[in-house]
Design a protein around this ligand. Structure first.
Ligand SMILES: [Fe+2]
Ligand SMILES: [Fe+2]
Length: 378
């Protein structure tokens, strides 16, 4: 069989990565290096995307019988592969990297590297589950999701390559530190990151439909099909969560609340670090954050027995305090020495205080429907 020459046409994650590596070799022959981007992607802080590993045996043992009907429909839809060939430049692709304001260029590149790492993080986890598993339902799903994420990461890498930068995916797979999460934490965190990913991409896409003059780079035109992939991935995790009622009851409700609060506040802090990027898009970053939370909360009603109260008087105040603390921590880190160390500890205590205070905001109960299945509606 002929190997696809572009990751957009790859049927598996392995093929997509091989296509990206081949492109990188061609770049290398042209004298291009990319140490810097990989270095940024290698960072492990509370705010940067991580790589995960888990108990693959336990995940392989999931029985999807309770959700069989919905499951088969979803898998059939993913197998039909509506986005094959989509994640590739076409004649619409016109970029002016040279003419981009340096400050915008810097934040946009940071956004792309972080997105690429996040996409690839999903790919690595899903690919590993596929490799280790023997349960047909599970391995089929994870191979399809790994395929999509590899295409997404490949496409962002193509974009970065035009600016003379590239994240070395093979190197990352081998060298980046992996964080262990029990399977149930993988479900909570991954379900949420897929759904919030959908909400983020579609919110930007719809905004730029209304304000095409703000579309400073063509990649945003690809966001609709892109977020539909993420939506499907989220659906798959919703079904996995639905196979076991214990996952959404008892003490696990506290874990769900913890992950919701952690994912929302991380996104808030990270987005506020890119004011020039959001300015260029004509997006008010506070509006954007709340809008993404609102959509995500609405979607998560499919499986979670409550949502966070994002209109509570303490909500925005606390998020802003956490953001303030994160800036203090960064400044203290840059200062160094004993004084910097003390200031840093102070910043961390402040962030922790406001995180716990946010966690203590009463949640809004929700009646979960019998079948979780949803279609992307935004
Ligand atoms: Fe993705
Ligand atoms: Fe995804």
């Amino acid at each position: 069989m002929n190997k696809p020459t572009h990751s957009a046409f790859a049927d598996t994650a392995e093929e997509a990565i091989a296509a990206q590596d081949a492109a990188a070799e061609r770049d290398f022959a042209d004298g291009m290096t990319s140490e810097m981007a990989t270095e940024v992607a290698m960072q492990n802080t509370l705010l940067t995307p991580r790589f995960y590993t888990t108990d693959f045996e336990e995940m392989d043992a999931i029985d999807v019988t309770p959700v069989r009907e919905d499951w088969d429909k979803l898998i059939a839809q993913m197998k039909s592969d509506p986005n094959r060939g989509h994640f590739k430049k076409n004649d619409d692709w016109q970029v002016d990297w040279e003419g981009m304001e340096p400050a915008l260029r810097k934040e946009f590149i940071d956004f792309l590297i972080s997105s690429c790492t996040a996409e690839f993080s999903g790919c690595v986890l899903y690919k590993e589950m596929k490799r280790r598993g023997s349960n047909d339902d599970i391995t089929t799903l994870f191979q399809l999701m790994a395929r999509d994420e590899a295409r997404h990461a490949g496409f962002i890498n193509d974009t970065l390559r035009e600016a003379g930068i590239r994240v070395n995916l093979g190197f990352l797979t081998q060298k980046k530190k992996y964080t262990y999460f029990r399977p149930k934490f993988i479900y909570y965190a991954t379900y949420l990151s897929e759904k919030i990913g959908y909400a983020r991409y579609i919110t930007i896409f719809r905004h730029l439909e209304e304000h095409p003059d703000k579309r400073f780079h063509p990649i945003f035109k690809w966001f609709r099909e892109w977020c539909n992939d993420e939506f499907s991935h989220g659906e798959a995790f919703a079904l996995l969560i639905k196979t076991d009622p214990k996952l959404t009851s008892g003490v696990n409700k506290l874990w769900i609340k913890f992950f919701l609060t952690a994912v929302y506040s991380t996104m808030w802090v990270r987005d506020h670090q890119r004011p020039v990027f959001h300015d260029a898009l004509g997006v008010d970053v506070t509006w954007y954050g709340q809008e993404v939370f609102r959509k995500t909360s609405e979607i998560t009603k499919q499986v979670y027995p409550f949502t966070l109260d994002i209109d509570h008087p303490r909500w925005l105040k606390n998020l802003n305090k956490m953001e303030e603390a994160s800036r203090q921590i960064a400044a203290a880190k840059a200062r160094g020495g004993i004084e910097g160390g003390v200031a840093r500890a102070g910043g961390m205590a402040k962030a922790a205080f406001y995180f716990v205070s946010t966690l203590l905001i009463p949640s809004i109960p929700n009646e979960v429907p019998e079948s979780p299945r949803m279609e992307p509606a935004y």
